[in-house]
Design a protein around this ligand. Structure first.
Ligand SMILES: Nc1ncnc2c1ncn2[C@@H]1O[C@H](COP(=O)(O)OP(=O)(O)OP(=O)(O)O)[C@@H](O)[C@H]1O
Ligand SMILES: [Mg+2]
Length: 508
């Protein structure tokens, strides 16, 4: 028996095994992709947070600096007020009729101002000169309390006011710079948060939407392909666009589709072979019955003719009596019925030692009765030295019949030549070579390339199914042989197939 057309558990296991075989490319599961997306989101959030934290630190430092500037401004304001009071007091004392009692009080005020100025030494070292000058003036006022000393003191107070003014302006502009810096940093933080948030939402949201829409699209493609395979789709495989679980599923559907296609091919071959065998068996039994029915009267006629011949030989028959003619014709009818029964007796589908030349001869004799061979000159050129080979007689006969019928069709298509078909056998390179050549229409390059394809035919519907050469190739290859075509349009075709003498023909 030939191939098992049904998908078995072993096939299922093979498909499973094949599906688990991953090519050398990065395969990420959907779960891994989800994890990566999560890690990316966390890293991105941390990065934005880090930038914002750095900017906040700068903002904090600016605020601290602003506070220090504010304190300094307050101190300056207080000192300015004290200096203004001291100047007023000095004026009062200077113009008082008796200035003596006010000197000491003024000296004490100036010392208080001096103490306040000490705090400005660090941020404004230039103040040290004014402090020293004030100290000297107070000392000389105490030592020689005169209006001239007072005038000296007033001059240094005016200088101090000028110094303090300059410093206050410096502090003021520093405050403006810091305030501007504060505003810029605050804006930067706001911008970072907004841009970081928007980029995060747009990019991550976009990628997530893209991922899920691709996933949904691929799942839809997969679903419709699976349904198509169920309803008989066997053409191009689904393009595998992913390298995750869905991609593996796509590969599995493709493998399932190709496994089904292979099994269906086997099924078709098996069906064709069964059909061929059934047809041959039906022809065989009909031919046997006809031969049997014909043989009986022929035997009787033969017997009568022999008796007549005997009478003729003994010169008892008149001159016109010619029984040899009857004997010739009955002999011919007997040969035809023998040929028919030889060819139509069931051929083995199991590999066994067969006489290839005998099989070729019988097959040609049988096919010659086909109406397509009515006008064809069928010649045999058999290698008398060809050894017996182990092969399936039924398969060899089927291959040969397909090639012979193709040749007959081709010669019919080239009606301008007297149709000729030649069958030859030869022993070459450890194989028996069987060649069927014809002087038919031949094939162009396109037909030659596709001739072995399943269902490829150039014949009109109802005349050819395009399975003949496909089945021939499959049967020949199964027995370890090969088949090839040599053909040119207009100059005929030569089909050659080989049967290895070391046959590995199988029954599958
Ligand atoms: N001897 C030949 N001469 C010219 N063309 C040929 C010959 N043999 C095959 N072909 C071409 O190859 C095609 C395929 O041949 P194949 O035997 O597979 O199918 P078919 O003869 O068309 O149909 P089927 O054999 O199923 O009835 C044919 O249709 C024909 O075009
Ligand atoms: Mg054919």
């Amino acid at each position: 028996m030939t191939g098992n057309p049904v998908l078995t558990v072993a096939d299922g296991a093979r498909i499973e095994r094949d599906a688990s075989h991953t090519p050398a490319q990065l395969r990420l599961s959907v779960r891994a992709k989800g994890m990566i997306a999560f890690v990316v989101i966390v890293l991105y959030t941390m990065m934005v947070g880090l930038i914002v934290a750095q900017e906040r630190q700068q903002l904090f430092a600016t605020v601290q600096e602003l506070e220090r500037v504010h304190d300094l401004e307050e101190t300056l304001a207080k000192i300015n007020t004290s200096v203004a009071h001291a100047i007023l007091k000095e004026q009062e004392i200077f113009y008082a009729p008796d200035p003596q009692p006010g000197y000491e009080a003024l000296a004490l005020d100036i010392e208080a101002i001096q103490a306040g100025l000490e705090g400005l030494k660090r941020p404004y070292p230039k103040i040290e000169g004014a402090i020293a000058r004030l100290g000297r003036n107070v000392a000389s006022l105490r030592a020689v309390p005169t209006r001239a000393a007072l005038a000296e003191l007033r001059a240094s107070l005016y200088d101090l006011v000028a110094e303090l003014d300059a410093f206050t302006r410096q502090v003021g502009s520093r405050r403006s710079v810091l305030s501007e810096g504060y505003r810029l940093i605050y804006d930067a933080i706001t911008l970072t948060v907004i841009i970081g948030g928007v980029i995060g939402v747009v990019v991550l949201g976009g990628l997530t939407t893209l991922f899920f829409s691709r996933l949904a699209r691929d799942l839809r493609r997969l679903e419709s392909r699976a349904l198509a395979v169920v309803t008989g789709y066997r053409d191009d495989p689904l393009e595998v666009t992913r390298h995750d679980e869905i991609g593996s599923l796509m590969e599995s559907v493709n493998r399932m589709q190709s496994a089904l296609r292979d099994h269906e091919k086997q099924l078709e071959i098996t069906r064709q072979q069964r059909f061929h065998q059934d047809k041959m068996a039906a022809i065989g039994s009909l031919a046997a019955a006809i031969a049997h029915e014909i043989n009986n009267p022929i035997a009787a006629i033969h017997g009568v003719a022999e008796a007549m011949d005997e009478i003729r030989r003994s010169h008892r028959c008149p001159g016109l009596c010619q029984p040899t003619l009857i004997l010739e014709q009955t002999g011919r009818i007997t040969q035809i019925t023998r040929q028919m029964s030889e060819m139509t007796s069931p051929l083995s589908a199991e590999p066994q030692l067969i006489d290839i030349n005998g099989l070729v001869r019988n097959t040609c004799n049988f096919v010659a009765y086909d109406r397509r061979f009515r006008n064809v000159k069928l010649t045999l050129d058999l290698d008398g030295q060809a050894p017996a080979a182990v092969a399936c007689a039924d398969h060899v006969a089927q291959i040969l019949m397909n090639l012979l019928i193709n040749s007959a069709d081709a010669t019919e298509a080239a009606a301008e030549r007297a149709p000729e078909v030649r069958v030859a056998t030869a022993t070459r390179n450890g194989s028996i070579e069987i060649t069927v050549s014809d002087n038919g229409c031949g094939m162009d390059a396109g037909t030659r390339e596709r001739a072995f394809e399943e269902t490829f035919t150039t014949k009109p519907a109802g005349k050819g199914s395009g399975l003949g050469l496909f089945i021939c190739k499959s049967l020949v290859e199964r027995s370890g042989g090969s088949i090839k075509l040599k053909s040119e349009p207009g100059s005929g075709t030569r089909a050659t197939f080989t049967i290895p003498l070391e046959s590995r023909a199988t029954t599958t």
